[in-house]
Each structure stands twice: as structure tokens, then as C-alpha cells.
Design a protein around this ligand. Structure first.
Ligand SMILES: Nc1ncnc2c1ncn2[C@@H]1O[C@H](COP(=O)(O)OP(=O)(O)O)[C@@H](O)[C@H]1O
Ligand SMILES: [Mg+2]
Length: 261
């Protein structure tokens, strides 16, 4: 096991799921053994990989409440080294279940469950919901590092301070090893001055937390790319849908940067 990476940002629609699916798939195509955990009740990572409600009986909810083991819900995907722990809308119930639990340690449930399968993977990628609730806290507590997708649009950095504070708090209390792996600019559009501004702001504040491409000459930036938006409707990661697209290239570069350490 090399790393457990959470993809987090409490804002919706910033590219978390797109990043989770395509980073996981790009690592898997590079022959890494990857488990993608869909920890969002909206289940977009599950449907984006081509699974529908009737394709699986149990999901991550059953694991978190303790009625199934993680190994019992894992699905194989069309990339042999990519496995998926699916989600389902029923996962919304977990917030209440956790809330009702008196005991300490409810932040660490996912981490505990992952232990069973950890040794079978090189990377575990956790897609999280658009909220700083128990599920995201569990994801950040289970992870070694976090990738924060930043949509290159208006209000991009709004809410970031709150997320960074949450990460700091988790580091201080339950998960001292948690690192910010990096900020990933997403939906970057060359025609949009705002995109350039957001990217400039990111460079100014978090220069050494941006991913670099393999020859270290430029930053990894995910462009706005229609192929990335289309591929989930075909149930495929971009690398199987259009490997040459700029969107696919960006996620392959991200994977290369992560494999380089
Ligand atoms: N780089 C991109 N180019 C074009 N569309 C994108 C890109 N990244 C994400 N999208 C689309 O934007 C929407 C939100 O992205 P998603 O990854 O689901 O965000 P989140 O998981 O943060 O809510 C989706 O419809 C997705 O297909
Ligand atoms: Mg999502």
C-alpha cells in the first residue's frame, strides 16, 4: 500500500468525482492496484463507472454500519486493476447513525474498515460528498493525503478557509499524518479571464502545493473538456472513452505526478 488519497471540497460541482474516477483509472491503467471508494450518497463515481442500482446489492453504507465487510461489496471494473466500493443514496442515513452514536471513534469507522483490504492495493482513492459532515471527516481521517479540486470559476476560493481549518483540526486530533497532497485546478478555460485569475491566485498562495507534470516544466491543470463531462454517461473513465483528449492527458499527468511521489 502506497497511499490513501481523499478527494475533498465541500463545494459541489468542482470536479471531485471527475478527479476521483479519472485519477483512479489513470493509476490503474499504469498497472497500479487501485480501489476507488465512493463515499458520496449521490453515487456519481459508481454510476460514472457504469454501475446501476440493480447491479449490486450492498454498498459502502452497509460497510460503515457493520453489516458487511468491505471485501464483500467490492466490484470489479472494466480495468482489471481498478476496483470500486459502490455507494447508494441510502448512504445519507449514515450521518444520522453516526450522530446517534455516543462512542468516540465514529470519525475512524472508514479507516477501520479499510484495514481489511489495504494490503491488496497500491492506492485507495476516496470520493467524498459536497459537505463537511461525518462522511468527509471519515474520509479525511482514513486518508494519508487529500487532493482539493478547485474549479477555475467565480467564488473558487470561497469556503476554502473552512476546509483548510477542518483539515488542520483533523491533523491536530485524529490524523496527524494527513497531508495536503495538492490543489488541482479544474475546468480551466483559456478563453476565460476568470480562470486565469483563479489559477494566478492559487499560484500565489499555494505554489508548492500544485502538481507538476513529469518534466517539472508546467503545472497540472485540468481543462474544461466536453469529453470529461460526456464519459460518465457512457459509464467509462476518460482514459477508456477518449485517451487522447486533453482531459485524459491532464488526469494521466496527475497520476504520473502522484506515482513519482
Ligand atoms: N474538466 C471538466 N470539463 C468539463 N466538465 C467537467 C470537468 N470536470 C467536471 N465536469 C463536469 O462538471 C460537473 C461537476 O463535476 P463533478 O466531478 O461531478 O463535481 P463534484 O463531484 O465536485 O460535485 C459534472 O457534470 C462533470 O461531468
Ligand atoms: Mg461528486
Amino acid at each position: 500500500m502506497k497511499e490513501i488519497i481523499a478527494i475533498a471540497n465541500q463545494k459541489g460541482g468542482v470536479g471531485k468525482t471527475t478527479t476521483a474516477i479519472n485519477l483512479a483509472a489513470s493509476l490503474a491503467v499504469a498497472e497500479k492496484r487501485v480501489l476507488l471508494i465512493d463515499a458520496d450518497p449521490q453515487s456519481n463515481a459508481t454510476t460514472g463507472l457504469g454501475f446501476h442500482r440493480n447491479d449490486y446489492e450492498y454498498n459502502i453504507y452497509h460497510v460503515l454500519i457493520g453489516s458487511k465487510k468491505l471485501s464483500q461489496i467490492i466490484l470489479k471494473t472494466s480495468i482489471p486493476t481498478l476496483h470500486l466500493a459502490p455507494s447508494n443514496i441510502g448512504l445519507v442515513g449514515i450521518e444520522k447513525e453516526f450522530y446517534d452514536q455516543e462512542s468516540d471513534g465514529r470519525e475512524l469507522v472508514l479507516k477501520e474498515k479499510i484495514k481489511e483490504v489495504k494490503d491488496q492495493y497500491d492506492y485507495i482513492i476516496i470520493d467524498s460528498p459536497p459537505a463537511l459532515g461525518s462522511i468527509t471527516i471519515n474520509a479525511l481521517s482514513a486518508a494519508n493525503s487529500v487532493i482539493i479540486p478547485i474549479q477555475c470559476e467565480f467564488f473558487a476560493l470561497e469556503g476554502l478557509a473552512q476546509l483548510l481549518n477542518t483539515i488542520k483540526l483533523i491533523k491536530k486530533t485524529i490524523n496527524p499524518k494527513l497531508k495536503i497532497k495538492g490543489f488541482l485546478p479544474t475546468m480551466y478555460s483559456t478563453q476565460n479571464n476568470l480562470s486565469k485569475q483563479v489559477f494566478a491566485d492559487l499560484k500565489q498562495h499555494f505554489k508548492n502545493k500544485l502538481f507538476k507534470d513529469k518534466d517539472n516544466s508546467s503545472y497540472v491543470v485540468v481543462p474544461r473538456n466536453i469529453k470529461l463531462a460526456e464519459s460518465p454517461s457512457f459509464g467509462k473513465p476518460i482514459i477508456l472513452y477518449d485517451i487522447k483528449s486533453v482531459g485524459s492527458q491532464a488526469y494521466q499527468n496527475l497520476a504520473t505526478s502522484i506515482m513519482a511521489g
